[in-house]
Write a protein that binds this ligand. Sequence first.
Ligand SMILES: O=P(O)(O)OC[C@H]1O[C@H](OP(=O)(O)OP(=O)(O)O)[C@H](O)[C@@H]1O
Ligand SMILES: Nc1ncnc2[nH]cnc12
Length: 188
Amino acid sequence: MATPTPDGHREDAVKDDRISRITSAIRVIPDFPKPGILFQDITTLLLDPVAFKDTIDLFVERYKDKEISVVAGVEARGFIFGPPIALAIGAKFVPMRKPNKLPGAVISEEYSLEYGTDKMEMHVGAVQEGERALVIDDLIATGGTLRAAISLLERVKANVVECACVIELPELKGRERLGGKPLFVLVS
Ligand SMILES: O=P(O)(O)OC[C@H]1O[C@H](OP(=O)(O)OP(=O)(O)O)[C@H](O)[C@@H]1O
Ligand SMILES: Nc1ncnc2[nH]cnc12
């Protein structure tokens, strides 16, 4: 970590270096899983321990003093970034899963995908009324997935403080579907 200066410029430069490294570590694969999709592949980011750690550190720096008690991670790639953030900020981790995966009683939320619908589930009792929650995923595209996660948390009267993703595809305007909840992203 660089020594901060009164105007913060050195810190900004360090942050930019980290963002550049993260951006370079994400691989883009055309036409996956179908023609016309530019797939943002975070598995190459995971192969670079410095870039992976920078990713987690940037989120931890943002959330460590925000009294977050729940980090909710969306299956599958939110399960990679959510747990290290939760451990570092002293919060619990709650998985938001695809249907019929969780063994206990669940609440479910249907949401729309580009084609068709899907369902997301959360264990009853995992989150209590009034808890301060952060929702984590790797990427926001149309925003339907994060919207469903917010709805599940709000149904149990949690306070969703913010959503955070490594990547945003801004042209899909997913941010506009979050009902005014703030969204923090590292790479756009
Ligand atoms: O903003 P949206 O349009 O809702 O899309 C974003 C979601 O799509 C991807 O997951 P995917 O549904 O491919 O599931 P996976 O992570 O299990 O592969 C991605 O990891 C997000 O969870
Ligand atoms: N372009 C994309 N790359 C990776 N994951 C996605 N989920 C939805 N769109 C995606």
